[in-house]
Design a binder for this molecule. Structure first.
Ligand code: NDP
Length: 279
C-alpha cells in the first residue's frame, strides 16, 4: 500500500510567511483529528503564485491558505467560490477539488464572528459596529458581519475612497456607511470597534479616537503580538476592553481545516496554547 495515501498535503502561501503560526496550528488540529497532515509555509511572490499553486494542485495537495498579498489573486484563479470569498472577491482558502478545479473560500469572516460571538460572548445583532481599515482583512469580514444583523455597520479607512468602494461592493447584502478616519461616529458612539488596519506593524500609533466609543464599548483588534501592543495600551489607558486577533487566527484556521478534512477541531485549547507560545 502507498504509505503516503493517507497524507493530507496543505500549505500557506504568502510573502512574507516565515512568521506564520498556521503550520503549528494545523499540526495541533491534525493531532487532535488523528490525521496525517503535512502543512508547510511557502514564501512566494505575486509573479509566481499561479505557478506554485498549479504545482501544489498537480502534486495532489488538498488545498492551501493564502495570506498577504495573495488573497485577491487566489480568488481570481479559482474556478468557483463560496459566498464568503465571492462577495469580497478575496480568498484565504483554496480547495483543490481536482488538479484543474479549484474552489475559493474565505474563512476570515466566519473566524472573526466565531471568536467575537462565542469565545468573547459579544453580541453583534442590533449593535453599532465600526470596522477601521479597508484592506484585504476588512474585505473578508464585512459580509459575515452583515449576516449578524448589526443595527448599523460603518467602515472607516485612511483612504476613504477605498472604504467607499468596498462598501459599494457589498451593498446588495446590507448597508455600510463608509468614510475617512475622521468621520463622525453614530450618535452615542459604536458598541464594537473592529480594528483591521496594519498600523500596528508600522509603529505609527493607534488610529482610533475617543469619540468613536459608546459607553461600555469593546474593541477587537485583528492584530496580535507586537502589532497589538500600542492599541492594547491605548485602550487600557481609557478603561476600554480590547481583545487581540489570536482567537480569529485560530478560528479561521479551524474553519479551513474543516473545509479540507470534514473535521471541526476544538479551537479553545489551541488559542490558549498559541497565546503561551506568542507570549
Ligand atoms: P492590507 O495591507 O490589505 O490593508 C492595510 C490596511 O491598513 C488598509 O486599510 C490601510 O489603509 C491601513 N493602514 C495601514 N497603515 C496605516 C496607518 N499608519 N494608519 C492608518 N491606516 C493604515 O492588510 P490586511 O487588511 O490584510 O491586514 C490588516 C491587519 O489585519 C494586518 O495587521 C494583519 O496582520 C491583520 N490580520 C489578522 C488576521 C487574523 O486572523 N487575526 C487575518 C488577516 C489580517 P489605506 O487603505 O488607507 O492604505
Amino acid at each position: 500500500m502507498d504509505q503516503d495515501a493517507a497524507l493530507i498535503r496543505l500549505a500557506v502561501l504568502g510573502n512574507p510567511v516565515k512568521h506564520s503560526h498556521s503550520p503549528w496550528i494545523h499540526s495541533r488540529f491534525a493531532s487532535e483529528a488523528g490525521l496525517d497532515v503535512d502543512y508547510s509555509a511557502i514564501e512566494v511572490d505575486a509573479d509566481h503564485l499561479s505557478r506554485v499553486l498549479l504545482k501544489l494542485a498537480d502534486e495532489g495537495a488538498r488545498g492551501c491558505n493564502l495570506t498577504l498579498p495573495h488573497k485577491q489573486e487566489a480568488f481570481k484563479l479559482a474556478n468557483r467560490a463560496g459566498d464568503s470569498a465571492r462577495i469580497p472577491g478575496s480568498a484565504n482558502t483554496l480547495v483543490f477539488e481536482s488538479p484543474s478545479r479549484w474552489r475559493a473560500e474565505n474563512t476570515d469572516g466566519p473566524g472573526l464572528v466565531q471568536d467575537v460571538l462565542h469565545n468573547h460572548s459579544i453580541s453583534l445583532a442590533e449593535r453599532s459596529v465600526c470596522v477601521l481599515g479597508a484592506g484585504g482583512a476588512a474585505a473578508g469580514i464585512l459580509y459575515d458581519l452583515l449576516l449578524q444583523r448589526p443595527a448599523n455597520l460603518t467602515l472607516l479607512n485612511r483612504n476613504p475612497e477605498r472604504a467607499k468602494a468596498l462598501a459599494q461592493r457589498l451593498e446588495a447584502h446590507g448597508r455600510i456607511q463608509a468614510g475617512g478616519l475622521n468621520a463622525t461616529a453614530v450618535p452615542g458612539g459604536f458598541d464594537l470597534l473592529i480594528h483591521a488596519t496594519a498600523a500596528g506593524h508600522r509603529g505609527t500609533g493607534p488610529v482610533l479616537s475617543d469619540d468613536l466609543f459608546a459607553t461600555d464599548a469593546v474593541c477587537y483588534d485583528l492584530n496580535y503580538g507586537a502589532a497589538h501592543e500600542e492599541l492594547s495600551l491605548w485602550c487600557s489607558e481609557r478603561g476600554i476592553t480590547c481583545h487581540d486577533g489570536l482567537g480569529m487566527l485560530v478560528e479561521q484556521a479551524a474553519a479551513s481545516f474543516e473545509i479540507w478534512t470534514g473535521y471541526r477541531p476544538q479551537s479553545l485549547p489551541v488559542i490558549e496554547a498559541l497565546r503561551d507560545r506568542v507570549g
